[in-house]
Design a protein around this ligand. Sequence first.
Ligand SMILES: [Zn+2]
Length: 377
Amino acid sequence: MRKAFICPSKYVQGEDELLNLGYFVGTFGKSALLIAHPDDVARVKGKLVATAKKYGVSFVESGFVGECSREEVVRLQEAAKANNCDCTVGLGGGKAIDTAKCVAQGGPLIIVPTIAATDAPTSHSAVLYTPDGAFDDYAYFKQSPSIVMIDTSIIAAAPVRFLVSGMGDALSTYFEARATAASYSNVNAGLPCGFREGLCGPAKGTKTAMALAELCYQTLLEDGTKAKAACESKTVTPALENIIEANILLSGLGFESGGLAGAHAIHDGLTMLKGTHHHYHGEKVAFGTISQLVLENAPTKELKEVLEFCLQVGLPVCLADIGVDSISDQELLAVAEKACIPEESIHSMPFSITVEGVAAAIKTADKLGRDYKAMKG
Ligand SMILES: [Zn+2]
């Protein structure tokens, strides 16, 4: 059986770690194209200036419009060329990071997340949007980021909702990897690798990825509540460090090399409901996870453990928690249909999937979540 595992060349995490950014830029050359939203640059300006000075490197800023579109990528690639940049730095949230991946095209790339809201920073893929914000396409690159750098002081100072949302994204990782392994489905780590061109075959997950996914879930259960309290107090504690690692590194490696399944597909289906648009990716993934557990009839003990965890850290457990106060059977079927389109990861579940079955799982997950919440008062 062909298997694949993919990861960044280096992951580094620590308090005030951003002060070492200049050192890593120096391993590639003298200058870096900095892709970051002006607000994020403003938040870390002092550290950027200090590290540039200390290591004798420069950051070329050419603005960032806030959307990862083909037009913006071409504009930034031209800026990198015109300024002879030796590497690309993507600093900020998901859009700046994805744009940096597209600009670097698998070349020297340093990713600096300023929030821990998703597990995207470590991956070798990005999501492209049109300039007005509609979904365009997925992109896969030949290499993962060269360096993923996390400054824990910056994450601790960011709004706590981002950290909790990241825990929602990380919550699905183990359950989706488990389903993918049970069905011997392919994982993203095998892409692109000439797969689409028929040059070499697709790949399954490794035992390594499964172990990381499991550790991700255990870390959430152990340190989630404590990490949230630390972030609310704007302080860095060992529990917060563990959750940052779980949200970004363990979940990132776990999903990319372990596979996605029901939770993310149900998330994608839910995005067609207007009410969910004000809720973050990880918040919807948390409810998608509960729905997947119902779909696969996971043990009651496990379902309760997940519901309890969500309530404790403040993740959604029912549709109302993600902005959907009422839903018709017709809308529910439409959500399930979207979750079940042929290219969706839901087909990595280890049994055949029907639209009606997925709709029933979402409806039941909503009821179980509401009941559990009411019981806990
Ligand atoms: Zn996700």
